[in-house]
Design a protein around this ligand. Structure first.
Ligand code: UDX
Length: 438
């Protein structure tokens, strides 16, 4: 099939490359000529494992092409996916102006039947608005259908998530459009759930909020573990063994960050309130998430007494491992708080330093070439992102390079007993009874 993706950012580009890999012919559109030029030159503007290879391969086989022209895109694909940003507004609700603009642009180019798909994460009832907008701006009598087909990809494993999804959700109100969408997903082996548009839109917000809720639940438990001398790792294991609960997303830590969860949770709260069905439970989730970082910072202050002029090493800047994305990263918030208190922060991240350098905060932080280098002469080490390579750093060497042997492990990545046996004082999250506590 011929497919068009409007918006060649994180979601659009990855989705386009995976559709091409599955055998479709895909045209990716973006209104940023520099981004399109970068892609035409064979470069990928983001880091995502496996994506560069996939893009190259499908460009060579001519199944993937790029353009800045929405008109060419609308003429090309039988299905037009909208994958433009839906950023948060100061009140937490979503800025839908990019979606609305693209809907208008598609409308004026429409000549014959097209399925127009909302891929971006949008609040419930957006599909109805997109449909009204296209109807208003399109030529009289031209046929189209609007479908909601949310993405569930995780950064760092986006290619695999798209090629082997847990489920595909297609929300549509017309049999004609649903039949077209079934064809789009024919090459993928995954259960397809067909719903109405509103339910599909809700599924996306509800799924992400549930995952944030799960993380926040274990984070709330981590506090009572610390106070009572229990170990949150064991508690997570014990409750996670119940198949109805499951062990995943029960990792206690500094809380969730990234470009999806914080934004989606506040967007869900905002739309629920707007529609008169408030989700106060999710407001509590947001509070727990913020409290988790504050609590951790308080622990650092208590142990170090004064932060001003202390050299502190931070391992990890990206919002999670295997990505270079630093947007809404808790690690960045942590660094910001330390810098604001006058600490001298030295940081290292395997992939996130380039994107971090674009932030004004980077000017106040020393970035190093390796994890050990960041820790040199440091008065404490803070683990902010759970990159697997941090767990394999030689603790004897680490002990040697640091000025004082203190570890604050915000992701429970290191082995506390191993740390203690190398003379470290160790403080994790919710690891109440372990030896060598700070
Ligand atoms: C998420 C959803 O997983 C995905 O389905 C959706 O489409 C987009 O949002 P992503 O933002 O890439 O994907 O990251 P994810 O792996 O879900 O992690 C989100 C945040 O939660 C990270 O900051 C991570 O560190 C944190 N997290 C995750 C925890 O603190 N504990 C956990 O147990 C799991």
């Amino acid at each position: 099939m011929k497919l068009t993706i409007i918006g060649s950012g994180y979601v659009g580009l990855t989705t386009g490359a995976c559709f091409a890999e599955a055998g479709h012919h895909v045209m990716c559109v973006d209104n940023d000529p520099r981004k399109i030029q970068t892609l035409l030159d064979g470069n990928i503007p983001i880091y995502e494992p496996g994506l560069a290879t996939l893009v190259k391969k499908n460009v060579v086989s001519k199944r993937l092409q790029f353009t800045t022209s929405t008109e060419d895109g609308v003429n090309y694909g039988e299905v037009i996916f909208i994958a433009v940003p839906t950023p948060p507004q100061p009140d937490g609700s979503v800025d839908l102006s990019y979606i609305e603009k693209v809907a208008r642009e598609i409308a004026v180019c429409l000549d014959s039947y097209r399925v127009i798909v909302d891929k971006s994460t949008v609040p419930v009832k957006t599909g109805e608005r997109v449909s009204q907008t296209i109807r208003r701006y399109a030529k009289a009598g031209v046929e189209f259908d609007v479908v909601s087909n949310p993405e569930f990809l995780r950064e760092g494993s986006a290619v695999d998530d798209l090629m082997h999804p847990d489920r595909i959700v297609i929300g549509g109100n017309s049999d004609r459009a649903l039949a077209v969408m079934q064809k789009v997903y024919e090459p993928f082996v995954a259960p397809v759930l067909v719903t109405d548009i509103n339910s599909a839109e809700l599924i996306k917000h509800a799924a992400n909020s549930f995952l944030a809720l799960k993380i926040s639940y274990i984070n709330a438990l981590s506090e009572i573990c610390e106070i009572s001398g229990a170990d949150v790792e064991k508690v997570a294991e014990g409750i996670g063994m119940d198949k109805r609960i499951g062990r995943s997303f029960l990792n206690a830590g500094l809380g969730y960050g990234g470009s999806c969860f914080p934004k989606d949770i506040s967007a869900f709260i905002a739309i629920a309130e707007q529609l008169g069905a408030p989700l106060n439970l999710l407001k509590e989730v947001e509070k727990i998430n913020a409290h988790q970082l504050n609590r951790f910072l308080q622990g650092i202050r208590e142990a170090l007494w004064v932060l001003k002029d202390k050299k502190l090493a931070v391992w990890g800047i990206s919002f999670k491992p295997n990505t270079d994305d630093v947007r809404s990263s808790v690690a960045v918030n942590l660094i910001e708080a330390l810098v604001a208190e006058g600490a001298k922060v030295t940081a290292f991240d395997p992939k996130g330093m380039e994107k971090f350098k674009e932030l004004p905060l980077a000017g106040k932080v020393t970035l190093t070439e390796s994890a050990l280098e960041a820790a040199r002469d440091a008065e404490a080490l803070i683990v902010a992102t759970e990159w697997p390579e941090f767990a394999t750093v030689d603790l004897a060497e680490l002990r040697d390079v640091m000025r004082t042997p203190l570890i604050f492990d915000g992701r429970n990545l290191l082995d506390p007993e191993a740390a203690a046996s190398h003379g470290f004082q160790y403080r994790g999250i919710g690891r109440g009874t372990l030896p060598g506590l700070v």
